[in-house]
Design a protein around this ligand. Structure first.
Ligand code: SAH
Length: 375
């Protein structure tokens, strides 16, 4: 980015305003912006929105039903591609990890997971994370900054484009499901998350159904309440422990909102028909994988419509936690099943390319960029 774009408009009368971040705008905001800034009719804003969010346009040149003059003004005043592809890694299981570079040189990741019946994208919401869970690689980074709504939705558009190209899809939106389980704590960036959901769910945009979007959280209780009130997407909770003592040791957030408070928030979360809350439970050898843990989980979850995903731990060098074997995971699942808690041992995807849960942690920033490829 040029230096001038950093200046505030008031700094000098000749300095250009920073480019408008069109991708972060809802359709109403875009219509108003087009009218105020470009002197165009508001419906031009709706056309522009469709180009950006339904067709995934990357340049103003493509927008052939907008006048040349309008496209010229747009290219002078706005930008629409907040992420550029930095790296792509393919796993033997079909998972693809994409690493994106932001305008300010940060690196974030999204993970594409194709399956027979669905194509899921795991989306990041922050650069780094402030939650500091002891077992998670992203947690070691600390929080660098929130992603803007445009940076969140741009991950979806960019991967749609990749899938269209790689797999020959003719529809604009080959992705079917979104999980907010990438880098960061989505509910710690609530306003931007909410706006990105509004865009991603909009009919004039990608039109994702609430049934196909899941937001995962460490358990920021007041924000879970807001998520339930202000959006209609599905909820996943990273529980990871069966006692407060265990959980507070691994997940500092539990010192503020303990398991009882968290489960209370789950009980009052609005549940549409047939829906369940997903509880993620990372099995850590000798920490939370005992039979008693499974029995306690049955007790904790008995009055909540729940589904438990048992996640095999992806070992991160230096963090000191160990994974459990398949047999232990299955025995744990069987205890839950006997207690009438639906549980699944999740298949581990993208482990060979460090794209699996808790492994997204690029050291970004000028000094680290040289060393980044191949991590
Ligand atoms: N901050 C949100 C979104 C991240 S989701 C949340 O915590 O829910 C990432 C999921 O991966 C969480 O369920 C987390 O508990 C899990 N996880 C973190 N590190 C992991 C690791 N090394 N192996 C397996 N799962 C991990």
């Amino acid at each position: 980015m040029s230096e001038t774009s950093q200046q505030t408009p008031s700094a000098t009368t000749t300095a250009p305003a920073p480019p408008a971040d069109l991708l972060s705008m809802t359709i109403e905001e875009l219509k108003a912006w087009v009218a105020e800034q470009l002197g165009e009719r508001p419906f031009r804003g709706a056309q522009l929105y469709t180009w950006l969010h339904q067709r995934g346009a990357e340049s103003f040149d493509e927008m052939t039903d907008l006048s040349k003059a309008m496209r010229q003004k747009l290219s002078e005043q706005a930008r629409i591609a907040p992420l550029s592809k930095d790296l792509e890694q393919r796993s033997v299981d079909g998972t693809i990890k994409y690493r994106w570079r932001t305008h300010d040189g940060r690196l974030i990741e999204s993970v594409y997971m194709p399956a027979e019946d669905r194509k899921t994208l795991c989306v990041s919401t922050q650069v780094g994370c402030a939650m500091a869970c002891a077992f998670c690689m992203t947690g070691t980074l600390g929080l660098k900054r929130n992603l803007t709504p445009g940076e969140i939705v741009a991950q979806v558009h960019a991967v749609n484009r990749e899938v269209r190209r790689n797999e020959g899809h003719e529809t604009f939106r080959p992705l079917t499901n979104l999980v907010f389980m990438g880098m960061g704590e989505p509910l710690h960036n609530f306003e931007n998350l909410k706006k990105s959901l509004a865009i991603l769910q909009s009919e004039e945009g990608p039109n994702f159904s609430h049934r196909h979007i899941t937001v995962s959280t460490v358990g920021l209780v007041p924000m879970i309440e807001r998520l339930g009130r202000e959006t209609d997407v599905k909820l996943a909770i990273s529980l990871n422990a069966s006692t407060d003592e265990q959980r507070s040791r691994m997940m500092p957030v539990n010192r503020k909102w303990n398991i009882a408070a968290l489960l209370d928030a789950c009980r009052t979360f609005p549940m549409r028909q047939g829906r369940r809350i997903t509880f993620e439970y990372v099995l850590l050898q000798g920490v939370n994988d005992a039979d008693e843990d499974a029995h306690r989980l049955v007790e904790l979850l008995k009055d909540i419509p729940a589904k438990v995903n048992l996640i095999p731990y992806n070992e991160n060098p230096g963090l000191g936690f160990r994974s459990v074997g398949e047999e232990r995971a299955e025995a744990f699942r069987d205890i839950l099943a006997e207690g009438h808690v639906a549980a699944f041992v999740r298949r581990n995807r993208g482990r060979d390319i460090a794209a699996a849960c808790g492994q997204l942690a690029n050291r970004e920033g000028p000094d680290a960029q040289q060393a980044a490829p191949g991590t």
